[in-house]
Design a protein around this ligand. Structure first.
Ligand code: NAD
Length: 459
C-alpha cells in the first residue's frame, strides 16, 4: 500500500498521511462489495431507508466538525463548507421521501379477461463504482451513493484524492448508521486507484470530474455492457438584458462566478451584457468583486479561499496571459498571489472574445470575462458557442423574453434571474462535453436501477 499526503491548500502544510489503495487492495474491496450485494438487495427498503435516515441525522449532529475537515483539505471557506453540509440534508431528504414511490413495482396493463399481467420492477444494477470530485464532495457524492444504496446496489466509492478525509468521514458515518461495511466501501487514492477500480467487473460507473478524465473513463469501460454516467465540467454563460436592476444582477452573478472560489461545476464562467448597460454593469460587478474578502479559509469572514489544486494556478495564469496577449483588459486581479499555498487574485477581464481560452475552456477558479452583445440573438449565438452545456442563465424582469432565450440554449439546466443553483427535485445533466446521464430528481433514483419487464399469464 502506498501513502497519500493530504495537504492544506491554504498554506501547503501537511494535514494527514493516509494509506492508499493499490491494485491488490482494490480487487479485494471489489470482491467484498460483490459478495455483499445480493443480501443488501434483499434487505427490505424500509431498513435501507432507516439506515440512510440515521446517516442524515449523524451528518446534522456532526456538521461543524465535518465542515472543518472539508475546509482543512480543500480550502473551502468555512462558512461555505457549513453551507455544503447544510445543503446536503434536503438532498438526502428528497431521496428518503421519493425512493419508495419511484421504485415501486408498477402494474402497467392487463388483458381484459385478467389472463395476462404486465409489470415493471426496478432491479439494482449490482456493484457500482462511484468516482468523485473534490469541489463539493458531500453534494456530488451523496447524489450517487445515497440513491444507489437505497436502490439495493453496493458502492465502491472513490473520493477525490483532494477530499479523502471527507470520503473517510462519509464511510464512517454510513457504517455507524447501519449500512453494512461491505455495502459501502471507500477506496483511498488518486487516479491510479480509480483506474484500478475500473478494471474490476463492476455493473455501473458513475463519475463526476473533468472532461479529460471523463474521456479516459469512457475509454476504460468501452466494450463493456455496463451503465456509464459522466458528470463533467462547464463553461456556463449568463446573459444580462438591458432592463435589469443592475446592482442586484451584478451582485447575484458575481456570487455565481466567485462562490467556492469559482470552483463549482456550475460557476458562471462567461458573462454577456446587453451593450446598452455594459459599462454600468461592469462597474457594479468590479466593485462587488473588489469587496470580496480573501484570506484564511478557517476565518468566518473569508469569502475567497485558495485553489484546491496547485496546478490550477498555472492554468489560470495561462488563460489570463493568453487573453492579455489577444487584447483583453484586466479590471481586477490578474495574477497569482505569491507565498505559501495556491492563491489567485479574483480576476475580471473585459475586451475578451471567443478566440481566448478564458472564454472557451473551463477556468475553475476566480477568473471571469465579460462581453457586450448587441441583442438577444447575438447573446444566444455566443452562449451556444461552446463544447459544454451544463447551465445557462438570463437576467431580465421579462419572463417571456427569458423563456424564449432559454429555450434556444443547449444546456442541461437553465435559469431565469438566478444561477449556480442545484435542486434535488430537478435532473442534473449536461449537453456535449458536460457529460452523459444525470443525477437528482426521481430520474436520478431510477438511474441506479434496471427496469425489468414481467409478462405474466395465468395458467
Ligand atoms: P478530475 O477529473 O481530476 O478527478 C475526478 C476523479 O477522477 C478523482 O477522484 C480522480 O482521482 C479520478 N481519476 C483521475 N484519473 C482517473 C483515471 N484515469 N481513472 C479513474 N479515475 C481517475 O476532476 P476534479 O478536479 O476532481 O473535479 C473538477 C472537475 O469536476 C471540474 O471539471 C468540474 O466542472 C467537474 N464537476 C462536475 C460536476 C457535475 O455535476 N457536472 C460536479 C462537480 C465537479
Amino acid at each position: 500500500m502506498g501513502k497519500l499526503r493530504v495537504v492544506n491548500p491554504a498554506d501547503g502544510s501537511l494535514v494527514a498521511t493516509l494509506a492508499a489503495d493499490d491494485a491488490k487492495t482494490v480487487k479485494a474491496k471489489y470482491a467484498r462489495a460483490r459478495a455483499a450485494q445480493p443480501a443488501w438487495a434483499r434487505t427490505p427498503l424500509k431498513k435501507r431507508l432507516a439506515a440512510i435516515e440515521r446517516f442524515r441525522d449523524l451528518v446534522v449532529a456532526q456538521a461543524e466538525s465535518l465542515a472543518r475537515v472539508l475546509t482543512s483539505e480543500v480550502g473551502k471557506p468555512i462558512s461555505q463548507a457549513r453551507n455544503e453540509l447544510k445543503g446536503v440534508i434536503p438532498r438526502i431528504d428528497f431521496f428518503l421521501a421519493e425512493t419508495a414511490r419511484t421504485l415501486k413495482t408498477q402494474k402497467v396493463s392487463a388483458e381484459k379477461d385478467g389472463s395476462m399481467e404486465e409489470r415493471i420492477s426496478h432491479e439494482p444494477l449490482g456493484v457500482i463504482a462511484n468516482i468523485s470530485a473534490w469541489n463539493y464532495p458531500w453534494f456530488v457524492g451523496s447524489n450517487v451513493f445515497v440513491p444507489a444504496l437505497l436502490a439495493g446496489n453496493t458502492v465502491l466509492y472513490k473520493p477525490s484524492e483532494f477530499a479523502s478525509l471527507t470520503g473517510n468521514e462519509i464511510a464512517r458515518l454510513l457504517h455507524e448508521a447501519g449500512i453494512p461495511a461491505d455495502a459501502f466501501i471507500a477506496i483511498v487514492g488518486a487516479g491510479d486507484a480509480g483506474a484500478a477500480l475500473l478494471k474490476q467487473p463492476v455493473d455501473g460507473v458513475f463519475f463526476t470530474g473533468s472532461v479529460g478524465t471523463g474521456k479516459k473513463i469512457a475509454q476504460a469501460v468501452a466494450g463493456r455492457m455496463i451503465k456509464l454516467q459522466l458528470e463533467l465540467g462547464g463553461k456556463d454563460p449568463v446573459y444580462v438584458c438591458e432592463d435589469v436592476d443592475i446592482a442586484k444582477a451584478a451582485a447575484g452573478i458575481a456570487d455565481g462566478a466567485f462562490y467556492n472560489t469559482g470552483q463549482s461545476c456550475c460557476s458562471v464562467e462567461r458573462i454577456y451584457v446587453n451593450e446598452k448597460v455594459f459599462k454600468p454593469f461592469v462597474d457594479a460587478f468590479v466593485a462587488e468583486v473588489k469587496g470580496y474578502r480573501r484570506g484564511d479559509p478557517a476565518d468566518e469572514k473569508t469569502y475567497i479561499g485558495p485553489l484546491t489544486r496547485a496546478p490550477q494556478v498555472k492554468t489560470l495564469e495561462a488563460q489570463v496571459k493568453d487573453a492579455r496577449r489577444k487584447g483583453a483588459k484586466v479590471l481586477a486581479g490578474g495574477e497569482r498571489i505569491k507565498g505559501k499555498g495556491n492563491w489567485f487574485a479574483p480576476t475580471v477581464l473585459v475586451e475578451v472574445d471567443h478566440s481566448m481560452a478564458v472564454m472557451r475552456e473551463e477556468s475553475f477558479g476566480p477568473v471571469i470575462g465579460l462581453m457586450p452583445v448587441k441583442d438577444d440573438g447575438e447573446a444566444v449565438k455566443l452562449m451556444n458557442d461552446t463544447e459544454y452545456g451544463l447551465t445557462a442563465g438570463v437576467y431580465t424582469p421579462d419572463r417571456k423574453r427569458a423563456e424564449k432565450i432559454l429555450a434556444q440554449v443547449a444546456s442541461g439546466s437553465v435559469y431565469w434571474n438566478c444561477c449556480d443553483r442545484v435542486s434535488p427535485r430537478l435532473p442534473w445533466s449536461g449537453v456535449g462535453d458536460s457529460g452523459i446521464g444525470l443525477t437528482l430528481s426521481t430520474y436520478g433514483i431510477e438511474t441506479f436501477t434496471r427496469p425489468k419487464a414481467w409478462h405474466l399469464r395465468g395458467a
